[in-house]
Design a protein around this ligand. Structure first.
Ligand code: UDP
Length: 347
């Protein structure tokens, strides 16, 4: 039985497409809204291949409020998951207005849309970047926020505030913000995964591109941090686990057990790994050596951060089931699969 229609903004992107698969597998019908600014229409084919259903798709820029009228008023929308946003720290430093405009204007339109269409449940993609260089570890949902170190991080802080202000005067709308730690890995089918445009900023795509020979060597940013091996610590969470957490968040809202109309949760694994440990995990699962070099720290990076997973576990019943080796293995499989297909299509 079909359980409900869920509008997924940014649904053809990395986390969005994995979430659409989880939604279909659990009996929901995802409807994607995306302007394809950082994703490919082909991800619809992949979702269909993996999950057996093709999501309905609207090519819409969320900054264009009028364009949202393309979504028929007769369509009942049970929840909205709002992924669509720009997410590059570097790019946001270089072009702050592009980030403030895109990420905030689209959120404003999403909130208006929820009211116009009587949507009762909203899940918002936030980030652990809101904690900055946290003084206490692990980071809990009560850990005080630090001033954002980039316009990107600031858009996530401001977005959370916009939602809170709006919910005060819209008690009929329930919202959960999910603060992601480091999403990584790919679907076990290797048919979808992270596909950054240009040179990757994030560790896993850079690592796997190095593994397949696309990059000469991975640069490990910083070898003199106060950690066990000198490299920085992050909390990597498998993208399929993250996808499942969105469903749990929605089902929690629907259960009527929320004590107010807003809540927020960290989504991490609770484990911190150094960059060198991630490399070791890749070398173990692949049986291959990775060329790498330790270089200077990257400006703006924090030394270490990992999540307390207690609240998500207790309230949402969410615990990630995949570990760091599943992350490096699936990311590597995806990279190999993707490059092989590209070669095939060129030759
Ligand atoms: N990192 C690295 N080399 C790279 C990319 C990232 O050493 O080419 C390190 C980065 O300094 C950080 C960790 O890997 O300690 C995760 O970085 P990423 O950019 O993936 O996520 P962030 O935690 O910065 O959001």
């Amino acid at each position: 039985m079909m359980k409900g229609n869920i509008l997924v903004s940014g649904g053809s992107g990395y986390i969005g497409s994995h979430t659409c698969i989880e939604l279909i597998n659990s009996g929901y019908k995802p409807i994607i809204v995306d302007n394809l600014s950082n994703s490919d229409i082909q991800s619809l084919d992949r979702i269909e291949e993996i999950a057996g259903e093709r999501p309905e798709f609207f090519e819409i820029n969320l900054c264009d409020r009028e364009a949202l009228n393309q979504i028929p008023k007769s369509l009942r929308i049970d929840a909205l998951i709002h992924f669509a946003a720009f997410k590059s720290v570097n790019e946001s430093v270089a072009d702050p207005l592009m980030y403030y405009h895109n990420n905030l204007e689209s959120l404003v339109n999403i909130l208006r849309f929820c009211t116009e269409r009587n949507i009762e449940h909203l899940v918002f993609s936030s980030s652990c970047t809101v904690y900055g260089d946290a003084k206490e570890l692990p980071v809990t949902e009560e850990t005080p926020l630090q001033k954002a170190s980039s316009p990107y991080g600031n858009t996530k802080q401001i977005s959370e505030t916009i939602i809170l202000d709006y919910l005060k005067v819209h008690p009929e709308l329930n919202t959960i913000s999910l603060r992601y730690f480091n999403p990584a890995g790919a679907h076990p089918s290797a048919k979808i995964g992270e596909l950054p445009r240009g040179i990757p900023n994030n560790l896993l795509p850079y690592l796997t591109q190095t593994a397949v020979g696309l990059r000469d060597e991975l640069k490990v940013f910083g070898g003199d941090y106060n950690t066990k091996d000198g490299s920085a610590i992050r909390d990597y969470i498998h993208v399929s686990d993250l996808a499942e957490a969105h469903l749990k968040a929605f089902e929690f809202m629907k259960s009527g057990k929320m004590t107010s109309n807003y809540d927020l949760f960290n989504l991490g694994s609770g484990n911190g790994y150094t960059v060198l440990e991630v490399i070791k995990s890749y070398e173990k699962v692949s049986g291959e050596k990775l060329p790498y070099q330790i270089v200077d720290r990257r400006p703006g990076d924090v030394e270490k951060i990992w999540a307390s997973t207690e609240k998500a576990e207790k309230i949402l019943g969410f615990t990630p089931s995949r570990g760091i080796d599943d992350i490096t293995k699936s990311a590597w499989e995806w990279e190999k699969h993707y490059r092989k297909n590209i070669e095939k299509s060129i030759s």
